[in-house]
Structure formats: structure tokens, C-alpha cells
Design a protein around this ligand. Structure first.
Ligand SMILES: Cc1cc2nc3c(=O)[nH]c(=O)nc-3n(C[C@H](O)[C@H](O)[C@H](O)COP(=O)(O)O)c2cc1C
Length: 237
């Protein structure tokens, strides 16, 4: 039960119908106990930060489309695969289903405002490259253009669309990787040059803060012969 307390909600007993302002005990909740929108905010506030795929697609009629998707990550490496989640059905999903192709432009601080502008609920016949003022560049392996102003882009082919409740999980194989020379240092992408934008819940974003390295232990070299109570092998920050 939720008790009103000076206009705020406080968890006091066994069940509750939405997020309280304060907790007098730890929260344990089943998704079905709350309104789906509250669960969405809870989950997208917890699984953070998320990278933002700035997805370019083309419709069956040839209209270019752009939209950010922060339900996004890389999920396999040989060959590389990415996943994107569509909440409900959007132009991006319809275009991917129609053509089997997409480009994931990586969202960095260089293109933050244009990325956000492209989240507008434009009708499907609107060319969102043109509307937000970014430049299409022909891809090598797929029909949708990449964004010239983006520091990196992944050309992808659809593998599968998996239904997930009211959403859809798009699994795609990466067929070509484009990286701007300005974010490259010492044989790899440098995070301080890439400057990815990190998404938290709602309209809250972040940038990369402190970077540090933490070596990964191996059983044979670091752990195997030690006494089970000896934890001196655990790398410290
Ligand atoms: C940073 C950001 C991340 C977003 N992530 C997603 C997402 O992961 N899935 C989704 O369905 N919509 C997401 N949206 C909302 C879509 O971008 C928005 O609904 C857009 O209008 C869809 O465009 P489309 O109809 O051209 O595909 C996000 C919006 C922003 C600003």
C-alpha cells in the first residue's frame, strides 16, 4: 500500500501501484505491478548508460529516414552483430522490414543536436536527413546512406526481427564499418576523441567522464594455485 505523506508517496506495505518518491525499505517489484510507462522509466534509468544508434533507413518508396534508438548494443563479434529495440512500430522498423537494410551511425557529441532533432515524429514521407540538415553519403554494402557528419557508421543487414511484448528486437549483421580518421589513435578508436553520447532515462544524457583500466585476471596465471581465501589476485582500481 502507498501512503500519502505531505503530498509524497512512500512505500509502507506489501503492494504499490507506481514509483514512490521515497523508500522506507528496498524496492522489489514485478513489472506487472506498475503502469508500463513507470516500468519503462525504471528500466531505462537502471540499465545505463546506453549508447545511441542513430539509424538510417530507406523506405520501399526510396525516402531516407533517420531516428535515434538507445535500445542498442553490439551482441556478437564474428561476424559482428548489433541489436536495436523498437518500442511499438515506427518508420525505422517498417523500413528495415521492407528492405532488410540499415546503417547505425554512432551518436557522438559532434552530432548530438541533429540526432535529437531526428527523434521528431515526422510522417514517413519526410526525408529526415534533409529536415535535420545532415548530409547523406552512399554506403558500400547497403542502400541506406550513412550520415557524413557522424564519426562512425555501421552498415548492417537484417538477420531477424524478434517480437518482444509491445516491442520488436532487430538483430542485424554488420557488413561494413566506417570510421572518421579524427577519432583514431594508436590502432584503435580513442574514447576521448569519439566522445560518445550516453543516454540515461528520458531526456537525460551524459558524456564520458574518467577513463581507467582494470586488468582482467586469468585462472592459470593469477588465481589457480592460490589458497581459496587469498583474494590478493583481484585487480584493484
Ligand atoms: C536518444 C533517443 C533514443 C531513443 N531510443 C529509442 C529506442 O531505442 N526505441 C524506440 O522505439 N524509440 C526510441 N526513441 C524514439 C524514436 O527516435 C522516435 O519515436 C522517432 O520518431 C522514431 O522515428 P521513425 O518513426 O522515423 O522510426 C529514442 C529517442 C531519442 C531522442
Amino acid at each position: 500500500m502507498v501512503a500519502a505523506q505531505a503530498g509524497r508517496r512512500l512505500v509502507t506495505a506489501s503492494s504499490h501501484s507506481g514509483p514512490p518518491d521515497d523508500l522506507d525499505r528496498d524496492l522489489d517489484v514485478a513489472p506487472g505491478e506498475w503502469d508500463p510507462q513507470d516500468v519503462y522509466y525504471l528500466m531505462t534509468g537502471l540499465v545505463v548508460p546506453r549508447p545511441i544508434a542513430w539509424v538510417s533507413t530507406v523506405s520501399a518508396d526510396g525516402v531516407l529516414n533517420l531516428a535515434p534508438h538507445s535500445y542498442f548494443n553490439v551482441m556478437s563479434n564474428d561476424p559482428p552483430h548489433v541489436v536495436i529495440g523498437s518500442s511499438g512500430r515506427k518508420d525505422t522498423l517498417a523500413n528495415i522490414e521492407a528492405t532488410g537494410e540499415l546503417v547505425v551511425n554512432i551518436t557522438t557529441e559532434h552530432v548530438l543536436e541533429q540526432m535529437n532533432a531526428s527523434a521528431v515524429d515526422a510522417p514517413p514521407e519526410v526525408d529526415e536527413f534533409e529536415r535535420v540538415g545532415v548530409t547523406p553519403v552512399a554506403s558500400h554494402t547497403v542502400a541506406p546512406a550513412r550520415v557524413a557528419e557522424a564519426m562512425a557508421a555501421l552498415e548492417c543487414r537484417l538477420v531477424q526481427v524478434v517480437p518482444a511484448g509491445n516491442g520488436h528486437i532487430v538483430i542485424a549483421e554488420v557488413t561494413r564499418i566506417h570510421i572518421d580518421r579524427r577519432v583514431w589513435r594508436d590502432g584503435r578508436v580513442a574514447p576521448d576523441l569519439l566522445r560518445p553520447v550516453l543516454r540515461f532515462a528520458g531526456t537525460q544524457y551524459g558524456t564520458v567522464g574518467e577513463l581507467f583500466k582494470l586488468p582482467r585476471p586469468t585462472w592459470n596465471e593469477d588465481v589457480g594455485d592460490r589458497d581459496p581465501d587469498d583474494r590478493s589476485w583481484i585487480p584493484r582500481r
